[in-house]
Design a protein around this ligand. Structure first.
Ligand SMILES: Cc1cc2nc3c(=O)[nH]c(=O)nc-3n(C[C@H](O)[C@H](O)[C@H](O)COP(=O)(O)O)c2cc1C
Length: 344
């Protein structure tokens, strides 16, 4: 996730049991222009493997070139193509979920990228552009025998034919952005289509271990992808993993432990911001860079939900500029949680 899943965060998610992690999406054009920030995003650490680098773009040439750069510079395990981002600056220009309006171009990009690299290529997309078009199939895709095939079913088969090795589906349309509930029924239909043999990864609104288990059971998906629910709680994967393995929640995670995890996240984020890298010499490295990245995670942590009058502390977290300040605020937050729970 953009501005969220940097390497420091990915390593924590991995440590807590995520089977696989993905980079923030990286613009193909920016990568080709050698923009430092983009190069930084594609850096991987062996400890996060298997790791996917995700790219987005709007034409075959730049996507192929960017895919080759990712393969040769970053050596990820997987190259993921983003055809799902709904934001205007991306989808409005035809990239990300914008590709749902030009499905043939989506397929052309996918097949050329698959041919251009040796590593496995995967795709992430949404159900369609908008609800009215969920059953609109491009005329050239029509099959004589079927009249009401959902667009995503047909698209999934065609993406599979391009040679991708897995498909992630976020159960919303582009028009929904992040509103409403994710519709998993169409994800399930894709998974249960006998013509589909690649792994289908379901995505959208998984916030708890029970919801993850339910998604596996009801829709038969091969994996679930968890996004927003990880903000401020990378340990979610530990609970999901324990629950999937044992049917019970992980009760070893105390408040003290969680607070230490958040502090470790701060430290790692600063460490990554300050580290040396010859390829990125020009970039100014500061503690503040790492702090700016991590403070939104902390401010959104579910640990602080429901704590009365927490707003001021949250604002202070969002404004903190040093590790020391953030640590002090986390200590303060912990005291607030403890006194709140004692009074319950
Ligand atoms: C701040 C933010 C940034 C995101 N950036 C990306 C991205 O770079 N690549 C991507 O595939 N999805 C991105 N997403 C979408 C999520 O990966 C996910 O598909 C979506 O939030 C639904 O899943 P969830 O309910 O588990 O969050 C982003 C979402 C948010 C909120």
């Amino acid at each position: 996730m953009e501005d969220v899943t940097d390497q420091a965060f990915r390593l924590l998610c991995k440590e807590f049991g995520a089977s696989m992690v993905y980079s923030e999406f990286v613009s193909a054009d920016a990568l080709i222009r050698n923009v430092n920030r983009s190069l930084e995003k594609i850096r991987v650490d062996d400890r996060e493997r298997p790791v996917a680098i995700q790219i987005y773009g709007r034409d075959v040439e730049s996507m192929v070139e960017a895919a080759k750069i990712v393969e040769s510079e970053a050596h990820p395990d997987i190259l993921d193509i983003n055809f799902g981002c709904p934001v205007k600056k991306v989808a409005g220009k035809g990239a990300g979920a914008g590709m749902l309006r030009t499905p043939q171009l989506m397929l052309d990009i996918t097949s050329e990228v698959v041919k251009a690299v040796k590593i496995p290529v995967t795709v992430k997309t949404r159900l369609g552009w908008d609800v009215p078009s969920l059953y609109d199939i491009p005329t050239e895709w029509h099959r004589a025998s079927e009249d009401k095939t959902p667009f995503i079913l047909e698209l999934a088969e065609r993406l599979q034919d391009c040679g991708i090795e897995a498909l992630t589906i976020h159960g919303r349309t582009r028009s929904q952005m992040y509103q409403g509930e994710a519709d998993w029924t169409l994800i399930g239909e894709v998974k249960n289509n006998p013509r589909i043999h690649i792994p289908i990864i379901g995505n959208g609104d998984i916030c708890t271990a029970e919801q993850a288990a339910d998604a596996f059971e009801r829709y038969g998906v091969d994996a679930v992808m968890i996004g927003r629910a990880t903000f401020g709680q990378p340990w979610l994967f530990k609970d999901v993993r324990t629950y999937l393995d044992t049917g019970k929640h992980d009760d070893t995670m105390t408040l003290d432990w969680k607070m230490e995890v958040l502090k470790r996240q701060v430290q790692k984020s600063v460490e990554y911001s300050l580290r040396e890298d010859n390829a990125l010499k020009e970039r100014k490295r500061t503690e503040l860079g790492g702090i700016m990245h991590v403070r939104r995670h902390l401010a959104n942590s579910p640990l602080f939900k429901g704590i009365p009058d927490f707003r001021q502390t949250r604002v202070k977290i969002l404004r903190a500029e040093t590790q020391e300040e953030l640590f002090a605020l986390l200590d303060e937050a912990k005291e607030r949680i403890l006194s709140f729970t004692e009074n319950q």
